[in-house]
Write a new protein. Sequence first.
Lengths: 303, 368
Amino acid sequence: MSALAHVAGDPAVSPAPPAPETKKRGWTAYLLLLPGVLWLGVFFILPLVQLASVSLQSRYPGFPGYYYRDLNFENYVSALTDYAPHFARSFLYAGLATFFAFVVAYPLAYAMAFKAGRWRNLMMICVIAPFFTSFILRTFAWSQILADEGPVATVLNFLHLLPGGNIINTPLAVVAGLTYNFLPFMVLPIYASLERADPRVIEAGGDLYANGFTTFRTITLPMSMPGVLAGTLLTFIPAAGDFVNMELLGPQQGKMVGNVINDQFLAVPGGYPVAAALSFTLMAAILVMVFLYVRRFGTEELV
Amino acid sequence: MAGFREARGDLQLESVTKTFGDFTAVDDIDLTVPRGSFFALLGPSGCGKTTTLRMVAGLEQPTAGRVRIGDTDLTGSRPYERPVNTVFQSYALFPHLTIRDNVAFGPKRRKDKDAAQRADDALELVQMTAFAGRKPAQLSGGQQQRVALARALVNHPEVLLLDEPLGALDLKLRREMQVELKRIQTEVGLTFIHVTHDQEEAMTMADTVAVMNRGRIEQLGPPAELYDLPRTRFVANFLGQANTGVGTIEGRDGDHLVADVLGTKVKVLQGRSQVHDGEMLFGVRPEKVTVSRKQPDGVGNDVKGVVRDVSFLGVATSYLVDMPSGTTWSCYEQNLDVEPLDLRPGDEVWLTWNPGHAFGVPVEEATA
C-alpha cells in the first residue's frame, strides 16, 4: 500500500459529552417542546380522538350534530361503498392538478434558479404574491376568468377548441383551480433544491461528455428530486381534501369527497358520524398513498 | 463531434484573450503545452489562471484567439465535445450517485460497454476501491479528491485539468497527494495542467511552470530556471524569497555589469540581467548569501549590515540583516561549521555572494 493508505480510515468519533451536560440539555429540550406539544394535544389529538369516537356512533335523523351513542362500523362501510366515486374523483383531480402544477412549476423554478439573474427576486415575489389575498377570493376570481362570457371560454370557443362550449362548472375548471391554487407549494421546494445545487456539479456533467439534455436528465433532475417530492406532496395532500374549488368552479353533480364531508357536517341532519368516518377514511387513504410514494421515490440521503 | 474528441497532440493557446465586461481576465496569451508534460499555471488569485483553464475545458469561450490540440481547433466547441477533463476545486462529485457511478459517468456517456470495469480500474489506481458503493457525502475531503481524480482519469483525456485540486486539504495530506499526483501522471502519461497559487506545489510537481500575473504570463520555464533566473520583479518575489535593491548601472567589467546600489558596488553577469543601462532591480536569493564577521577579501559584492534576528532551524540558520539602504535582507546558512558563528541581534556582519548568482530585472513591473 502507498503512503496514503491511512487516508482511508475515518477520523475517530469525537467523545460523548459529559453526563451532567446531557441531562441539562435534555430538560431544556423538553421545556422548548412544551408549548407545541400542549397546542397539538388540545387542538389536534383531542379532536382527533373525539372524531374517531363520533365516526363509530349511529345516525340520528334530526338536527346536525346529533347522533345515537353506539359502536358500529356502518359509517365506514358507507364511506367505502356509497362514496367510492367521490374518493376516486378526489384522487383523480388532485393527481391531475399535481401533474399540471409540476409541469408548470419545474421550468419556472429552473428559470428562477439558473436563468433569472437580477429578475430572480421579482419572480419570487410574483410566485408568493397570491398569498396576500384570500384563497376563497382568488378562487372566486377564477370563476369569473373561466365564466362562459369570460376571456378564456370566449377565446377557446372562437377557436372552436372547446367541445362542450363552457369551462366553468366542469371538472376541467376544478383541476385548473386546484393547479393554480397549489402552484406556489410546488414551485418553492423545487426552486430551493435547484438553487442549492452546486453549479460546478452541473458543469462537471458537461465536462464528462454529457450534452445539455443528458446533463439535465442524469444530474440536475435527480439532484432536485427532494424538492420535487416535497412539492408533489404539498400539492397532492391538500388538493385531495379540498372542497372550495369544486364548490365554486365545479359541476353540481359529481362532487369530491371534501364536499361530501362538508355537507354531512353542516347541511345533512345527523350527518356527523358519516362525515367523521369519511374524514378518517380520507386521512388513511392519503397516508397509505404517501407512504408508498415516498418508499418508491424517496431520496433519503441527498445532501 | 467525434472530430473534436479525437484530437491528439500538444495543447496550444494562440493569442487568447478573455474579457468580462470591462475586466480583462486573460490578456493575449500564447502558450504551448507539450503532450505528456506536467504543466503548472502559477499565480495569485485573480491573475487569470482559472479562466485560462476553463477556456481549455470549454466552460468559457475566449473573447479572441484560438485553442488547439494538435491540428484540431477546439475554439467554440462544447465541453462535452473535447478530449479534456477537469478535476474541480470543490471536487463537484454528483451527490446522488455512488462513487462507482460517479467514476463510470464519463465512460457511460461515451457508450463504453466496459464502463463499470473501467471505473473499478480507475478507483484502484487512486486506491478507493473499498469505497465504490458509498455516496460522496460519506467520504472525507481527501477521499473525495481522489474520486474526482479517478472520475477524470478514467476517460483517458488528452489533457487533464486540475483546478487547485489540493487547496482544501490540510498540509500533510497535500504533500502526500502531490507525490501521488506526480506518480499517477508518470504512470498514465497524460498532459496535466495544474492551476495553483502555491509556488511550492507548482515547483515540486511540474516540469514546466508558467507564472501568471494580471492576465499575462510573466515567465515560463522549468522550476529551477524560474527560481535561479527570474526575468521580472513579480517572478523574483512570487517564486521564493529574493533580497533586492534598486541600483543604477554604471558600466561594465568584462562579462559583468557593474551597478551602484545605494553606495555598494555590485556585479551581475550580463546574461543574467534583463536591463543593461539605467535603473535595475538587483537581486540575490537568501541561500546564496554568505554571512561572516570579517570582510572577506577578493570576492567583492559585499556589504556590511546589522543582524536583526536569528532563527535556528536545525539544518540551517536564518538571519534577518538590516542593510545600510534601510531594507532587510534574509540569509539562509546551512549549519556546516564546526564552530558556529554565534551571532546575536545587533552584531555587525558582512554579507557576500558570488556574482554568478545575482540577477537583474526591470524596476517597474510590466503594466498589463
